[in-house]
Design a protein around this ligand. Structure first.
Ligand code: NAD
Ligand code: TYD
Length: 348
């Protein structure tokens, strides 16, 4: 039985990846290693937690001794590494937390994997999940390709860029088999409501202001999270060694248009008058160093691995809204306690 370590599996994307692998591959044993920070939530995995091929390990990837011990004990054949501090705004207030987890934590995992398998790399693989934000900001035109030079602007993207470089360096220096993918903004069920879409869904339900940074003309490419999990499955199994794959939704939106679309769909779902939720839109002070535009050229993964998004943005957004409406307990749980303090500090 192949033993696969997925880090950050209790988070937003990680939980969908864990589900994809646990349910699709009964001959793999999936170990989900997660520190359960504010962003990690085992409620995301209730439907798979009693599967015989699933084990949860509570551990911090920055804990060198523990990580080494776990690698020696379980002898993981492969790592799919998603654990990270992931929110740009938090990286602006606390950059060191991002260096610790995203840089040191990643190197810790690389080192433990190397100690376990060096010189017997056959069939082993370290798959590092990264972001399109490492490429920096685009102007009005152009797309990020796999050969776009790294040019990160936020402490978050700088820490992710650094971790990507370390993964590549372990490949070059020690012959570690690896693959990297850089994805655009995800959305979907289980998304922590500090990020734009779930934050707005939560605020629309509660008739609270919808905070738009600056003029709202910033552009992101959005991909439904389950399509990202499918892409990760494809890259893990069929991606070339030492290759990078860009993953995106071919789906660019300016923030203001996206939030208006969300308001429109939510008004219908909530039985509100057309235009009611839009009145909650509030322009606030811009994010420092705010990247103007991200957009992905996902031709390589499409051509080489046959991957493409399976849902349109309209369908994905409708599924997302439906999930939040049906899981208001989940939303209440994650927004109680520390969330209120974070929200107050961020949006005061
Ligand atoms: P998330 O913040 O929802 O989840 C991160 C998970 O990592 C949480 O479960 C958390 O408990 C865990 N974690 C954090 N620090 C840890 C530590 N020190 N040790 C062990 N576990 C720790 O993040 P996400 O949005 O699911 O992103 C997952 C990965 O995908 C990240 O590497 C991120 O950079 C990348 N990514 C995210 C997006 C996006 O739109 N969200 C897009 C592209 C790439
Ligand atoms: P976010 O969801 O934080 O993802 P990222 O910064 O990784 O792209 O933000 C998406 C876009 O929405 C980004 O341009 C910042 C903007 N934004 C707001 O305008 N208001 C908000 O309250 C948040 C959280 C984000």
């Amino acid at each position: 039985m192949k033993k696969i370590l997925i880090t950050g599996g209790a988070g937003f994307i990680g939980s969908h990846v864990v589900r994809q692998f646990v349910t699709k591959y009964p001959t793999y044993h999936i170990y989900n290693l997660d520190a359960l920070t504010y962003a990690g939530n085992l409620d995301n995995l209730r439907d798979v937690e009693s599967s015989p091929n699933y084990t949860f390990i509570k551990a911090d990837i920055t804990d060198e001794q523990l990580i080494n011990k776990l690698f020696q004990e379980y002898q993981f054949d492969a790592v799919i590494h998603l654990a990270a501090e992931s929110h740009v705004d938090r990286s602006i207030t606390d950059p060191l937390a991002f260096v610790r987890t995203n840089v040191l934590g990643t190197v810790n995992l690389l080192q433990a994997f190397k100690s376990l398998w060096q010189n017997q790399w056959g069939g082993k693989r370290f798959y590092h999940i990264s972001t399109d934000e490492v490429y920096g900001a685009l102007g009005e035109v152009g797309l990020f390709t796999e050969t776009t030079a790294y040019d990160p602007n936020s402490p978050y993207s700088a820490s992710k860029a650094s971790s990507d470089h370390f993964v590549r360096a372990y490949g070059e220096t020690y012959g570690m088999p690896y693959v990297v993918s850089n994805c655009s903004n995800n959305y979907g069920p289980n998304h922590f409501p500090e990020k734009l879409i779930p934050l707005c869904i939560h605020n629309i339900i509660n008739k609270k202001p919808l905070p738009i940074y600056g003029d709202g003309k910033y552009t992101r490419d959005w991909l439904f999270v389950i399509d990202h999990a499918r892409a990760i499955d494809d890259v893990f199994h069929r991606g070339g060694n030492a290759e990078t794959y860009n993953i995106g939704g071919f789906n660019e939106w300016q923030n203001i248009d996206l939030v208006k679309e969300l308001c429109k769909q939510m008004d219908t779902v909530l039985g509100r008058a057309v235009g009611e939720s839009e009145q909650l839109i509030t322009f606030i002070q811009d994010r420092p160093g705010h990247d103007l535009r991200y957009a992905i050229d996902a031709t390589k993964i499409n051509k080489e691995l046959g991957w493409a998004p399976s849902v349109t943005f309209e369908e994905g957004l409708a599924k997302t809204i439906e999930w939040y409406m049906n899981n208001q307990d989940w939303l209440d749980n994650v927004t109680s306690g520390a969330y209120a303090d974070y929200y107050h500090e961020q949006y005061k």
